[in-house]
Design a protein around this ligand. Sequence first.
Ligand SMILES: [Zn+2]
Length: 155
Amino acid sequence: MAKRLNPNLAKIHRNYTVEEVANLFSVHKNTVRLWVKDGLAINDDKRPMLILGSELKHYLQAKRKSNKRKCQLFEIYCVRCRAPKIPAENMVDYEPINDCLGRLIGICPSCDGIINKYFNIAKLVHIQDKLDITLPKTLKHINESVKPLLNSDFK
Ligand SMILES: [Zn+2]
């Protein structure tokens, strides 16, 4: 599981070397170098390269937010693992609630807990190449009925 990094550990009026940042957040120096590649701003006209505390703080705050948003259509958020997960064996059940909404139910590959989320029936077509969806018998015709929706303005 990814470490939860506290952006507030970075003092905004300080500059840090890669090594200092690694020590501060108990991560490997290569992790810090990845952050730099990923867009963390550095003061690169000096050696050793220095990372501004304020930039570091912003970078980690943004990273934290984007981690929260990262649930893909074919992933389900696991409350126990606090992370989006692709259901084990790529297998999910679809349990309809009404004509257009239902639940995707799968098993978390990390903790074996049940994970589920609300799912619009029209979107099933977008995940059927990623997941093996088990539908109730009454919905076996789903592939026929949702195909025309492929051209709709789904984003
Ligand atoms: Zn889990």
